[in-house]
Design a protein around this ligand. Sequence first.
Ligand code: HEM
Length: 463
Amino acid sequence: MTMTTTTAQAAHGRRAPGPRGVPLLGSLPQWKGATAEFLLRTQRDHGEVSRIQLGPQTVHLVTAPDAVGRVLKENSGNYVRGTLYEQFRTVMGNGLLTTDGDYWKAHRRAVQPVFLRKAVAAIEPNVVRATNEMLDDWEVRARRGEPVDLVTETLRLTLVTLSNSLFGYDIRPATPVLKDVVNNVIEVMFKHGTVGEMLPSWLPTRRNRLIARDCRIFTRLVTDIRANHAVTGEGRLMELIEAATDPVTGERWSDDEVRDEILTIYLAGHETTAVSLLWTLLSIANHPGVQEELDAELDGVLGGRTPTAQDVEELTYTKQVVDESLRMYPPIWIYPRDTVDADELGGFHIPARSSVLLSPFVSHRNPHYWENPEAFDPHRFDPQKAKERPKMAYFPFGAGARMCIGNFMALLELRMIVAMINQRFRLSLVPGSFLRYGDTSISLRPVSEVLVLPRPRTTGERP
Ligand code: HEM
């Protein structure tokens, strides 16, 4: 990479302010505690580009919209996956999420067609079938007065939908085993700064044994998915993956390339959507005014029929509810980049080969751009208000060339499911349930199960 004029000049920028920390460890103790709260405090006390010492490692937290745009778009070539993505590679290998350069570009190009805005409408029947199956079960459980665990339900729903839509594979029998495995790997992918993470992978520690077990389960699953496709020919993404070739050698992707890409899509695609769905449903349940406005739109536009992908375009308030939930609870709440050359962000010097942290969670709660940021208010996304904000104050799916490939799919799925659930049910948290997001994991999932009571809408509430 050649140093651009801007990055060369940046070597003289000012040192960013940041929390003082303690000798040797820096701010590692705060990082390990409540990470999200610590980062919010850092933004409040030290500004939108701040310097944090985590043991021997210096990282910069970057939340200023212009600076976020520079990292993800204008100067994105200078910001690569780097060291903090190592944890991801342990599980996902070399897939879209963990690679850079020509390898990444060729892979992204190969699978992109199924993720285009027009193409994702094809998921519609799978969303409807899987959601109705879940809601029919809720109906039975509601009659018995039984609560449901929203974490399990949303994970299962999005996994089944994704698997059928992209891979033509019925994953339902594997969901009980996968739940545990996915929980574990999501945890592994976040750098906690523990000794266990620093030990070599061949040591038979508990952590390493669990990772090895999970990888074996995933590899068996991929073998099964490929065998199923070979017989049925189902799954548009599988078609693309099995036919993909290396642009230089013209050879088919190796088994490892295929495995890593399938796993990446499964892992990046279903848990994120599930976490987002969960927070959206809970936010609606906790805000009667939002529930009322949502009901009015659903009843007015749909009049009781199941939404199609086309209908979703007209569900403007439903869209805003989902957008607001992605603001307050962005499932990928933090992600890193490493610099190649030095740069300047917000007037501050960012050294070469250092790490930068972007956090939609922290940016989305910056009071400079979001009035009363802790309040759930879908009307922030009224078109006029949205126009007044800097574009990069909101980036739940990232931005630029590395923007989430599944963003159209996720948004369509979320809007359809939110509409379908609210057409049929009211949810209320079981009294005494403990609800907190876990911020020591790569995704903003709740720390424990979330028990809710689904109650069918009564006749009066029905359209
Ligand atoms: C609400 C749901 C989702 C959220 C919030 C989300 C968020 C993100 C974010 C923030 C990134 C960028 C990470 C970075 O730049 O380091 C990303 C990348 C990615 N996402 Fe998503 N995602 C969601 C759903 C999905 C779905 C449904 C799929 C696939 C079916 C998917 C597949 C991917 C892949 C493969 C990448 C890597 C793209 C690349 O670098 O080329 N995501 N996602």
